[in-house]
Write a protein that binds this ligand. Structure first.
Ligand SMILES: Cc1cc2nc3c(=O)[nH]c(=O)nc-3n(C[C@H](O)[C@H](O)[C@H](O)COP(=O)(O)OP(=O)(O)OC[C@H]3O[C@@H](n4cnc5c(N)ncnc54)[C@H](O)[C@@H]3O)c2cc1C
Ligand code: FES
Length: 340
C-alpha cells in the first residue's frame, strides 16, 4: 500500500491516489487502514474507526460515499490576507490553486484551522461559501471566504493570521445554475452572510449578459458589507434593514414585494441566499408569481460530503442531502419543515 499521510499534512492530489485505495480494496486490512487514516487526517470522524473492514468499506453505501470522498481534494491552504470588515465579519484570502481553479458559484468548502497551529480542537470543519477567486502573478490561485463569527468554529477561523494555514475540503456541493437565467433580469436576494454566495454568481450572470439586481437585507446598516464589489460589477443595489437605518425599513422579503412591482414577473429570475425564514418567504413569492427561483440553504453540516446524513432536507422528489444534492435547490421543489 502507498505510504500513509499523517494528519494535517497537505494532500495535493486526490486522496484515492495518495492512499492507493482502489488497489487496496481487494486486500482486507489495507483499505480499512487507508480509510481510517484518511478520515483521521482530515476530520477525526469516529464512524470510520479501525473496526471498518475492507468488505464493509467496499460493499456498504457508506463505503461508496467514502470512495466518493476520496475523489475530493483536501488541501492545507495558507492565509494570504485577513481583513476585518464591519461588525463580526472577516474576509480571509487563502492560496490554493486546486480550490481557486475548481470552485464555481454557490459551492462551499469545509474549513478548519490546521490543528498544529492552534492546539487540538474537538470541532468539526465548518461549511463556508466561496466568496471569490482571483489570480496571483497570472495564475488563478487565491480564494476568499467571508466569515461571520457566530461561535467557536468561525471565531477560530477569523483569528487566523497571514502565513498560518487551514485544512480545506472542497469545492463541495452543486452550485447555482447560471445558464437557466439567460435573457432574464436576475434578482439576487441575500440576507446577512448569505451575501457570501452571491458575488461569484453576480459575476457569472453579468458575464452572461444578465441585468443583475442585488436585494440585500441586514438587521442594521453594519450588516450590509462588500457593496463596492457588487457596484464594480454593474449590479443595481436595493438595501433593506430591519431597524430602518439604511434603505427600505423591514425584511428583505418584504422589500422584494415592493421592488418587483415595477417588473414583469415573466422577465424575472430569482436566486436567494440567507437564513431559512427569508428563503421560505422569498420562495413563497416566487412560487405565487411563477418566477423561477434557486435557493441556497444553510443547513447544519457535519461532514459536508454525504457521509453523516446530518443535513437531510425534504423535496417534492423525496429526502435529499443539502451537502451533495444541494446546497442549491429549486424553490418550487423544496418542502419546508416548518411553515412561517
Ligand atoms: C453551505 C453553507 C455555506 C455557508 N457559508 C457561510 C459563509 O460563507 N460565511 C459564514 O460566515 N457562514 C457561512 N455558513 C454558516 C456557517 O457554516 C455557520 O455559521 C458555522 O458553521 C457556525 O459555526 P460556529 O462554530 O462558529 O458556531 P456554532 O457554535 O456551531 O453555532 C453558533 C450559532 O450559530 C447557529 N448556526 C450554526 N450553524 C448554522 C447554520 N448552518 N445555519 C443557521 N444557524 C447556524 C447555531 O444555532 C448557534 O446559535 C454557511 C453554511 C452552509 C451550510
Ligand atoms: S453534512 Fe454530512 S451528509 Fe451532509
Amino acid at each position: 500500500m502507498a505510504s500513509i499521510q499523517p494528519a494535517d499534512r497537505t494532500i495535493q492530489q486526490p486522496i484515492r491516489t495518495s492512499f492507493g485505495v482502489e488497489k487496496g480494496c481487494s486486500r482486507p486490512g489495507q483499505t480499512a487502514r487507508g480509510i481510517r487514516t484518511a478520515i483521521t487526517g482530515v476530520n477525526h470522524l469516529a464512524m470510520f474507526g479501525p473496526e471498518c473492514s475492507a468488505k464493509e468499506a467496499k460493499d456498504t453505501k457508506q463505503g461508496v460515499r467514502v470512495f466518493s470522498f476520496f475523489m475530493l481534494h483536501c488541501v492545507e491552504a495558507e492565509v494570504v490576507k485577513n481583513e476585518r470588515l464591519s461588525g463580526p465579519n472577516y474576509l480571509l484570502t487563502f492560496r490554493s490553486f486546486d480550490i481557486a481553479s475548481q470552485s464555481r458559484a454557490g459551492q462551499f468548502l469545509m474549513v478548519s484551522p490546521t490543528s498544529s497551529q492552534i492546539g487540538p480542537s474537538p470541532l468539526l470543519k465548518r461549511p463556508l461559501a466561496v466568496y471569490s477567486v482571483s489570480s496571483e502573478r497570472g495564475t488563478l490561485s487565491l480564494f476568499t471566504l467571508l466569515i461571520k463569527t457566530v461561535g467557536e468554529g468561525t471565531a477560530r477561523l477569523a483569528a487566523l493570521k497571514a502565513g498560518q494555514t487551514a485544512n480545506v475540503i472542497g469545492p463541495l456541493g452543486n452550485g447555482f445554475e447560471v445558464e437557466a437565467a439567460e435573457g432574464k433580469t436576475a434578482f439576487l436576494i441575500a440576507g446577512g452572510v448569505g451575501i457570501a454566495s452571491c458575488y461569484m454568481l453576480a459575476k457569472d450572470l453579468r458575464k452572461q449578459g444578465n441585468e443583475v439586481h442585488l436585494l440585500y437585507g441586514g438587521r442594521t446598516g453594519d450588516d450590509l458589507i462588500l457593496l463596492e464589489d457588487f457596484l464594480d460589477l454593474g449590479v443595481e443595489l436595493f438595501l433593506t434593514t430591519d431597524d430602518g437605518s439604511v434603505g427600505y425599513p423591514g425584511r428583505v422579503s418584504k422589500g422584494l414585494e415592493e421592488y418587483m412591482k415595477d417588473y414583469d414577473p415573466r422577465a424575472l429570475y430569482f436566486y436567494a441566499c440567507g437564513p431559512e425564514p427569508m428563503l421560505q418567504a422569498v420562495s413563497g413569492v416566487a412560487v405565487n408569481c411563477r418566477i423561477p427561483c434557486q435557493i441556497s440553504v444553510e443547513a447544519r453540516m457535519a461532514c459536508g460530503f454525504g457521509v453523516c446524513l446530518g443535513c437531510t432536507v425534504k423535496t417534492t422528489g423525496g429526502h435529499r442531502l443539502a451537502c451533495t444534492d444541494g446546497p442549491v435547490f429549486k424553490a418550487a421543489d423544496f418542502v419546508w419543515e416548518e411553515q412561517i
